[in-house]
Design a protein around this ligand. Structure first.
Ligand code: ZN
Ligand code: ZN
Length: 359
């Protein structure tokens, strides 16, 4: 599949040209803009799951209120941090595409340029909630996982009827209006967690994808685990508070998973992290998509939750700090590639040999 965001990205870089939102709709577009609307030539050289193809049709406006400055600033990382990151040994083993992991300047961006778009009726909520929170979450994601894999980000608020609370694609996140708050902070947890979940997909789900989509946990399990880590960082929680928050979420997720295991088909529950048939890829190189047409699969959380509990268990064994550091090394090695569970498990075992006792 090839798709190209050249037209949109060019507009993004040039503030004097019509913005993407304008061309999408709330005023009459010019002839030049109409032609831009009708001819989209999408092309990407970075291998990613086909699920990342994204198209939005509707009317949005850009939220423009100045967000509060992110704590610690959104500018350059300290030189020591950049040096350490590069010293960690970035190894690009992917095909040819403009990769940020080897760009020293990319390491200087704790907060990548970002915009938020919402329908007019939700613009204030988007301003007070998403736009205010986004820089903090971007900065936290950078602190946890390192360089942002993509140079910019748009967040698009979509109707409550959207089939999930959020969806991440390169350069754009769809966020359901169901997670919006009024900016008061009382119910900010849902919005913050979801934002952090979708941001985590920049690393796990986009920069690294599952080669076999029946191993969806490589995307969703990781994002579910990392949303807690990133959101706790964004809130600057005391370690005790962070532990309490994470345990409460774990309890709620355990109840959800237990309920799902009791009421769904067993074949839909299989995570397959290290079984003999893990990673079935056809002779032509295409990966399997199991149960793609099964409507029950759409509503299941099992890959999110089993993956989350597996990663939570591993973190408890090796220590969360060491585990997150391992994530950064893993990303540096495997970014730009589609992987199997074994790739993760083998690197885990070579990094933490003591874990072999569970094999
Ligand atoms: Zn690379
Ligand atoms: Zn997700």
């Amino acid at each position: 599949m090839q798709f190209d965001i050249h037209c949109l990205s060019t507009r993004w870089k040039n503030p004097t040209s019509p913005t993407r939102t304008e061309s999408l709709g709330y005023r009459t577009p010019s002839a030049a803009e109409v032609s831009c609307l009708l001819i989209w030539d999408y092309y990407v050289t970075m291998p990613m799951p086909a699920s990342t193809f994204t198209l939005a049709v509707g009317r949005w406006r850009r939220a423009t209120a100045d967000p509060p400055a992110a704590s610690g600033g959104g500018g350059a990382s300290p030189a020591s941090e950049r040096a350490a990151a590069v010293d960690d040994g970035v190894c690009c083993s992917h095909g040819d595409y403009p990769c940020r992991f080897n760009e020293r300047l990319a390491w200087t961006q704790r907060v990548v340029p970002h915009r938020v778009f919402a329908p007019a009726c939700l613009l204030r909520k988007a301003q007070l909630g998403v736009l205010a929170l986004l820089p903090r979450c971007l900065e936290a994601a950078h602190a946890v996982l390192g360089v942002h894999p993509f140079p910019r980000l748009d967040v698009l608020i979509v109707p409550a009827g959207f089939s999930s609370l959020g969806m991440a694609s390169p350069h754009i996140i769809f966020l359901s209006q169901s997670v919006l708050d009024d900016g008061g902070g009382a119910d900010r947890s849902l919005l913050g967690s979801r934002l952090c979940h979708e941001l985590a997909h920049s690393w796990f789900g986009l920069a690294i994808g599952a080669r076999d989509w029946s191993e969806e946990w490589i995307s969703e399990g990781f994002a579910t685990y990392l949303e807690d880590v990133i959101w706790a960082h964004a809130q600057q929680l005391h370690p005790v508070e962070m532990e309490e928050q994470c345990q409460m979420k774990a309890l709620l997720r355990w109840r959800r998973l237990s309920d799902e295991l009791q009421h769904s088909q067993e074949e839909l529950q299989i995570l397959r992290p290290n079984m003999e048939k893990t990673g079935e890829v056809s002779a032509c190189g295409s990966s399997l998509v199991k149960h793609a047409l099964n409507p029950d699969k759409t509503f299941m959380q099992v890959h999110y939750l089993k993956g989350y509990f597996l990663l939570t268990f591993l973190a408890s064994e090796v220590g969360e700090r060491a585990f997150v550091r391992f994530f950064r090394l893993f990303v540096m090695k495997y970014h730009g590639r589609l992987i199997l569970s074994q790739d993760f498990l083998q690197m885990l075992l070579s990094t933490f040999p003591d874990m072999a006792r569970y094999v």
